[in-house]
Design a protein around this ligand. Structure first.
Ligand code: JHZ
Length: 410
């Protein structure tokens, strides 16, 4: 059963009020194998709330992390764009902090090890921390040693004892997955060497609201961070943001560099992002309500388009068996009667069915066999890479329907 959370996980006051209800749906990354199609599928409420005290946004219903992450289908290394991006984070940190063979770099939520492979050519010691047991073999094959566990103070102390202090700790698209960010930050503090840096990257609440990217909401994403509430959290552990950067990758990300207060000093980028959040009033209650309104109108526009095309005799497939895609499909109530299949290069997902509506996930090879008239692009954050990869399909008259930020047809 999911646990109820009306208490803010950042400031711990009872000030969280619901603004968006996606419905009661299965976990987004729990693709169903063919032999389990008849089994009961657990579904959980998916509601997002806003904290009137510190403006942090979070899910109101928590699914136990073990159910979300012990077995994980998402692989960072499948997309060329994401792989290059993650390895670029590592090499950027090597340059910025002059890391060398004596330094240990730890990545929390290391997935298949892609980010950490970016350090290997620089001879830096690396260690992943990742709870998904099924990904261990993949990271090992990539030359990355991984501690298979959830990160927090307890794991940090165990890692410290065995591997020593870290010069840099990264957490990319993982900090939002954490049910207790306080425990996580205490773990970082325990493990980071003096003068070390913690780099945290999350989907950015500001971009999510501006793009109407309601599909970023799924059970894995327990938090929706802006910089202001994040700074308040670090403050409680004598840490502060020293650099902040808004990035276009994924659904719009915020990268924050963090150190202990008396060790490194902030540059002007932190104040710039904070000032911008204050200026536009995000994260704020009104903007959160707008996100919910946008989600409802996007649902109408997209469903009308899909049903109009089908009514005219068109066939539609999907591209990208994404977590966010499953939120979108569940919210719109789209199943195999509308989308014939969803193509994805991730071989762990191929041969399975989407949670809930059970649309078959197939290899992208199927696209040129079936030649659907349209592909609903559920990985809209990677449209350029997908359009390039599917250039032959597009050349032969196929179309991509991009659902977010605006419903567009390419
Ligand atoms: P993508 C995941 O979300 C889950 P998802 C997680 N919780 C998170 O926060 C975000 O990432 C950041 C496929 N693909 O990255 C690969 C092709 O098949 O949008 C992936 O399955 N061919 C950690 O799942 C999917 O699309 C291609 O050419 O929403 C992309 O998933 C390309 C480019 C992608 O993340």
């Amino acid at each position: 059963m999911a646990g109820d959370r009306s208490r803010c996980m950042a400031c711990r006051t009872e000030s969280v009020e619901e603004f968006l209800d996606i419905g009661t749906i299965p976990v987004a990354n729990n693709f169903v194998p063919a032999n389990k199609l008849g089994d009961p599928e657990p579904a959980y409420p998916l509601r997002v709330g806003y904290c009137h005290n510190c403006s942090h946004c979070q899910l109101l219903d928590m699914v136990p992390p073990t159910e979300l992450f012990d077995d994980y289908t998402y692989l960072s290394g499948v997309s060329v764009t994401i792989s290059e991006y993650l390895r670029g984070i590592a090499s950027g940190l090597v340059d910025r902090y002059s890391l060398g063979p004596d330094d240990l770099a730890i990545d929390v939520g290391s997935n298949d090890g892609t980010l950490l492979t970016g350090y290997l050519s620089h001879n830096i010691k690396v260690l992943g921390v990742e709870p998904a047991k099924n990904l261990l073999e993949i990271s090992k094959a990539a030359g990355v040693e991984t501690v298979c566990d959830y990160f927090g103070l307890k794991t940090a102390r165990e890692v410290l004892e065995k591997y020593g202090q870290a010069s840099v700790i990264t957490s990319v698209n993982n900090f939002a997955h954490v049910p207790d960010p306080h425990d996580f930050v205490q773990g970082v503090d325990a493990l980071l060497k003096e003068g070390g840096v913690f780099v945290v990257e999350i989907h950015y609440l500001m971009k999510m609201i501006q793009d109407g990217a309601f599909d970023t909401v799924y059970h894995e994403h327990m938090s929706y961070w802006g910089l202001i509430p994040m700074i308040a959290l670090f403050e409680q552990y004598n840490m502060h943001a020293i650099r902040a950067k808004v990035l276009d990758i994924h659904h719009g990300q915020l990268r924050v560099y963090v150190s202990r207060k008396d060790e490194l000093q902030p540059d002007e980028t932190v104040a710039a992002v904070v000032d911008h959040e204050r200026e536009v009033g995000i994260p704020g209650w009104e903007s959160c309500r707008e996100l919910a309104e946008n989600a409802r109108s996007a649902r109408t526009v997209l469903l009308n388009l899909i049903d109009k095309l089908i009514g005219e005799g068109a066939t539609i497939g999907g591209y990208g068996a994404t977590a966010k895609g499953n939120t979108l499909l569940s919210f719109l109530g789209i199943g195999p009667e509308r989308l014939k299949f969803i193509a994805d290069r991730n071989t762990i997902k191929q041969g399975t069915y989407t949670p809930g509506h059970h649309i078959p996930v197939v290899s992208p090879d199927r696209i040129m066999v079936d030649k659907p008239d349209y592909l609903l692009n559920l990985a809209w954050n990677l449209t350029d890479e997908i359009a390039e990869q599917q250039s032959e399909y597009l050349k032969q008259g196929g179309h991509l329907i991009v659902p977010i930020p605006e419903v567009t047809v390419i």
